[in-house]
Design a protein around this ligand. Structure first.
Ligand SMILES: NC(=O)c1ccc[n+]([C@@H]2O[C@H](COP(=O)([O-])OP(=O)(O)OC[C@H]3O[C@@H](n4cnc5c(N)ncnc54)[C@H](O)[C@@H]3O)[C@@H](O)[C@H]2O)c1
Length: 177
């Protein structure tokens, strides 16, 4: 199977910078009528991404745990433009279900952007005790394993797209890592 279909962009992206970022990586993609998945799309950088993509004409699926915030985004941008899937990105089946839901609602997937994540700052050896191992494991599970989980399952659906004139089927962007 040819591997050149997917641009893997692991980079922090400024809130309004997706178009320029896509261009920077040689992905000059017109977002009109494209379907994008945004994890963490209910808040922060993910939400800003959803708003930007809908404004550019894309349909967007939000995969997030925060139902209240996600429904607020959906109500603001229109149910015809935004579909919400209550999803924990760290788990396999919920992400598979969300990907199946995207296929059913929008018919395809062209762009997957990972914004679901969180941060934790601490010293390896704190004043009272060593850094809690559970905190470190949680961040790895959410920011790294969750991101990979979404990438692999999103790629599986993108693989069903017809290649464009450059032979590309989709774009994966990770701004959590
Ligand atoms: N805000 C920034 O300037 C900035 C800059 C660089 C990196 N980051 C990193 O990007 C990530 C997101 O930042 P933000 O400011 O947008 O945070 P945020 O808290 O505003 O948004 C994160 C979203 O991810 C969702 N989420 C959390 N765990 C989830 C899970 N298991 N499954 C699905 N959704 C989940 C939350 O419900 C929330 O809607 C963090 O890891 C942060 O450290 C943020």
């Amino acid at each position: 199977m040819p591997k050149k279909w997917f641009h893997l962009v692991a980079v922090y992206i400024a809130v309004n910078g997706y178009n320029s970022c896509l261009s920077f990586y040689g992905v000059n993609m017109d977002l009109k009528n494209k379907v994008a998945l945004v994890t963490g799309g209910a808040s922060g950088l993910g939400r800003a991404t959803v708003e930007k993509f809908v404004a550019e004409g894309a349909k967007v699926a939000i995969l997030d745990l925060n139902e209240d915030n996600a429904k607020e985004v959906q109500a603001a941008l229109g149910e015809e433009n935004v579909q919400y899937f209550l999803t924990n990105v760290m788990e396999e089946q919920p992400v598979m279900d969300a990907i199946a839901g995207i296929k059913e609602k929008f018919g395809a997937l062209h762009i997957a952007i990972n914004c679901a994540g969180t941060g934790y700052g601490g010293r390896i050896l704190g004043k009272e005790a060593p850094h809690p191992l559970d905190h470190f494991k949680f961040i790895i599970d959410l920011n790294l394993v969750g991101t990979f989980n979404v990438m692999r399952l999103a790629a599986e659906l993108m693989d069903k797209n017809e290649p464009d004139e450059k032979g590309e089927k989709g774009v994966l962007i990770n701004r959590v890592l």
